[in-house]
Design a protein around this ligand. Structure first.
Ligand code: ASN
Length: 328
């Protein structure tokens, strides 16, 4: 049993973890300032791209009766789910806006994106993974009637153009961060690998092997949450993760389930409460949920990879490192 003592900040060897801005020496603040400039560039670039391509920009929500179950997922490590009562109703803090995206995309906005704060209280040992934060921002987007290939092609174009423009416009900054030489330009399409095949070839450590590639690549066919499309006959999951070279996963997405019977069957199989997704199921039953596909980009991860930071907390002005609760 964990005691309150075990939970205390001082029990963690935080020496090697990123400090918040107000505790960092001036030399470190100077580096963070450069990372901040790159961050501003990336956010502007991505927002402009989505708007240019006809996406509606939705503001995020934080409390909701329905949020992402993050289950079952081979990569999930949630220590605690935050549920609380407001106005006599039980709500969750957002783990991802997947349910909101599916519904808004079906009903009103055929192309949408949002910068959504995701709260995922990861197990504290993930402090040292370097890529987990208990609060982060997801650039989440969804497109009605899109295929997985449509989404992947769009992402490939955006990422390739982003790198090209960064190398042109942020040369000084990338040089100072020691990233200019290593941040290579790529061309679409990226290769697609089946997770089952990788598991067979490389065993459980396939992800460590694959991220050593010098090009971005896609992993597909990942068994996970009920909302990703699964072909019951072939067993194939029509979903995808984007792996960045020398880094790892930065995006996950899928074509979605929209049929009531499949949604219910999967929820029952996975032990996911139908009550938590009552509205989604009601809309599906009424035929109001439409086929969509989309994805979410971990914004801090993308920036971490671009600037070459060792820990994701370095690109968060107010780091949210699993197990570490700073003043701000
Ligand atoms: N945003 C992801 C998606 O679009 C879901 C997630 O973050 N778990 O599929």
């Amino acid at each position: 049993m964990e005691t309150v003592e075990d939970l205390a900040l001082h029990k963690l060897p935080i020496r090697n973890l990123p400090r918040p801005l107000y505790e960092a020496p001036e030399s470190e603040v100077a580096v963070r300032r450069i990372m901040g400039r790159v961050t501003t560039y990336v956010l502007k670039f991505l927002s402009d791209k989505y708007v240019e391509q006809g996406f509606e920009w939705l503001l995020p929500v934080v409390f909701s009766k329905s949020t992402d179950p993050l289950w079952p997922d081979p990569g999930a490590s949630i220590e605690k789910r935050i549920r609380c009562e407001i106005y006599g109703e039980v709500v969750n803090t957002m783990t991802s806006m997947i349910v909101h995206k599916m519904i808004a995309c079906s009903i009103a906005f055929p192309k949408l994106f949002t910068y959504s704060p995701n709260i995922r209280i990861e197990k504290r040992e993930r402090a040292y993974s370097g890529v987990h934060a208990y609060e982060f921002t997801q650039l989440d987007f969804e497109v009605r009637d899109a295929s997985s290939k449509d989404i992947r092609s769009f992402v490939e174009k955006v990422i390739c153009e982003l790198i090209r423009c960064l190398r042109r416009d942020m040369r000084e900054e990338l040089l100072k961060l020691g990233r200019y030489e290593d941040l290579a330009e790529f061309e679409p399409p990226f290769e697609v690998y089946d997770r089952a095949a990788l598991l067979k070839s490389y065993g459980d450590q396939w992800e460590d092997k694959i991220k050593l590639s010098n090009r971005p690549l896609w992993i597909t066919n990942i068994p996970r949450e009920f909302y990703d499309f699964e072909d019951f006959e072939s067993g194939f999951w029509d979903n995808y993760d984007l792996i960045l070279p020398g880094y790892g996963e930065v995006l996950s997405g899928a074509r979605r389930e929209w049929e009531y019977d499949k949604l219910v069957r999967k929820m029952r199989r996975d032990g996911v409460s139908e009550r938590d997704y009552a509205l989604l199921l009601k809309l599906a039953k009424e035929g109001k949920l439409k086929p969509t596909a989309g994805a979410g980009i971990g914004v801090e991860r993308l920036i971490q990879w671009i600037v070459g930071a060792k820990h994701i907390g370095e690109v968060q002005p107010f780091p949210k490192i699993p197990g570490v609760v700073y003043d701000l």
